[in-house]
Design a protein around this ligand. Structure first.
Ligand code: ARG
Length: 467
């Protein structure tokens, strides 16, 4: 039986009927639909609509439905169910008879879908937070193991200054921790319960909304029934947070792809996460990284699609809102599947620390530190910059490094150069010079590793507390 056929004289056009169904995708909300229905049934009993026995009957039916859904996929084969809400009603009636129709008393699918989606996003956030914690840990481990090895840091993709490998890796940890924080923020705002909002104006039965919110782990009921049934901000915030996460992952992937090329030779792609070429026998391709980079486009596109579906909608519920589900699910899927793979890749990749170190040792990446040497001897910064620029020019003409210039040559550029200048050019000295909070001096990086571990630990505790 349809949920709304009474006032209709004609049957639906069959193609339209199939086309407008959402059960093909919203069936993944079943567990949340069952949880919300359980809360609603309890409120119905307290409102005197269900007797104690009727409540027991409905709860048993819902439980049975949950068990069956965990079994064979065939259970979901239903050509009539319009959406997951209709499906549950049909199944419930099949299990417990007409009593099943009482469950819908005083509620609307508009509040149900708003509730189910909030529960879905909340659960996805909890899972993603856990995965981000694992990824963060894996990267921090690699940062720690890299010890004092250095790598060139690039600006404009030109060699700029040497940094510790650990410092470079921790940059990604910061990004992913901010992503986790954005998700936590989204979770805070979404954790309100729409149940009892009815179709648009609030339930027509005296339902205890606080009780329903409590039962579902929400902080409180939503404040306005029109807003609650038509708001999808939480889904938009979520896919936007995922877009930034995907964007960070795409930058990570791109850099790893570059560094794995023969031209850089900094990393060895893990075979377990790479594929070969059907034509060129020598190839080992960075497929995982490329797919991560590619999928980020889809995730960012989903955020736009979702916003466009909501843009310009008059209050309150409109069926357009059904269109917010697929981009939401697609983005959640993409990240939930990707993160454990990225963590696996991060653990398996091999760093060529000697090659990185060698690259970090040449190419005038000590030039700024060299200018700082002059600054420390009272030379104004702009002039020091200019003098070292001239020294670099000399070296380029002679195909050598700054350390190869004689003191005499240097002093022809500035009398401030002394015997100790060479010492300031060595890789350890250049690294140690960046001794500020957030800088790459080894002591600072060791502190940063400790701080990152602490942040990851509190993320873990947060996930644990929410579970
Ligand atoms: N499948 C619908 C959706 O996802 C459920 C809400 C339907 N409400 C309605 N008034 N037709 O939006």
């Amino acid at each position: 039986m349809k949920m709304w056929s009474g006032r209709f004289r004609q049957p639906l056009n069959s193609e339209f009927e199939r086309w407008q169904r959402s059960f093909g995708f919203d069936r993944r909300l079943l567990q949340y639909e069952l949880a919300a229905s359980t809360a609603h049934a309890t409120a119905l009993k307290n409102a005197g609509i269900l007797s104690a026995n009727e409540l027991i009957g409905i709860l048993q039916g819902l439980e049975q439905l949950g068990k069956q859904s965990a079994g064979s996929l065939g259970f979901f084969e239903d050509d009539e169910a319009e959406d997951v809400h209709h499906f549950v009603e049909k199944q419930l009636v099949a299990f417990i008879g007409e009593l099943g129709y009482k469950l819908h008393s005083g509620r609307s699918r508009n509040e149900q879908i708003a509730t189910d989606l909030r529960l879905f996003v909340r659960a996805a956030i909890d899972q993603l937070q856990e995965e981000l914690g694992k990824l963060g840990s894996a990267i921090v481990d690699r940062a720690e193991h890299a010890g004092d090895a250095a790598i060139p840091a690039y600006t404009h993709l030109q060699r700029a200054e040497p940094v510790l490998v650990g410092h470079w890796l921790l940059a990604y940890v910061e990004m992913f921790l901010r992503d986790a924080d954005r998700l936590a923020d989204c979770r805070k705002r979404l954790n309100l319960c729409p149940l009892g909002s009815g179709a648009v104006a609030g339930a027509t039965l005296p339902l205890d909304r606080t009780l329903m919110a409590d039962k579902l782990g929400f902080d409180a009921p939503t404040a306005n029934s029109m807003d609650a049934t038509s708001d999808r901000d939480f889904a938009i915030e979520f896919v936007q947070a995922l877009s930034l996460l995907a964007l960070h992952l795409s930058r990570w992937a791109e850099e790893m792809i570059l560094f794995s090329s023969q031209e850089y030779g900094f990393i060895e792609l893990p075979e377990a996460y790479s594929t070969g070429s059907s034509a060129m026998p020598q190839k080992k391709n960075p497929d995982l990284l490329e797919l991560v980079r590619g999928k980020s486009g889809r995730v960012i596109g989903n955020a736009t699609a979702l916003m466009m579906s909501v843009k310009g909608l008059p209050l309150a519920y409109n069926k357009d809102l059904q269109e917010t589900q697929e981009p939401l699910f697609d983005s959640a899927n993409a990240l939930l599947q990707m993160l454990p793979l990225v963590t696996g890749w991060m653990k398996a990749v091999e760093f060529h620390l000697e090659a990185m170190q060698k690259a970090a040792n040449s190419g005038f990446m000590n030039a700024w530190a060299a200018a700082t040497y002059l600054v420390n001897r009272g030379v104004p910064s702009r002039l020091a910059h200019e003098r070292i620029g001239k020294a670099v020019q000399m070296c380029l003409e002679r195909n050598c490094e700054l350390k190869d210039l004689s003191l005499q040559e240097l002093q022809s550029l500035s009398p401030a150069f002394g015997e100790d200048f060479k010492e300031s050019l060595t890789l350890p000295a250049v690294l140690a010079a960046h001794d500020v909070v957030g800088g790459t001096a080894p002591g600072r990086v060791r502190q940063a590793i400790g701080a990152a571990r602490k942040k990851i630990e509190s993320l873990r505790e947060e996930v644990h507390a929410n579970a």
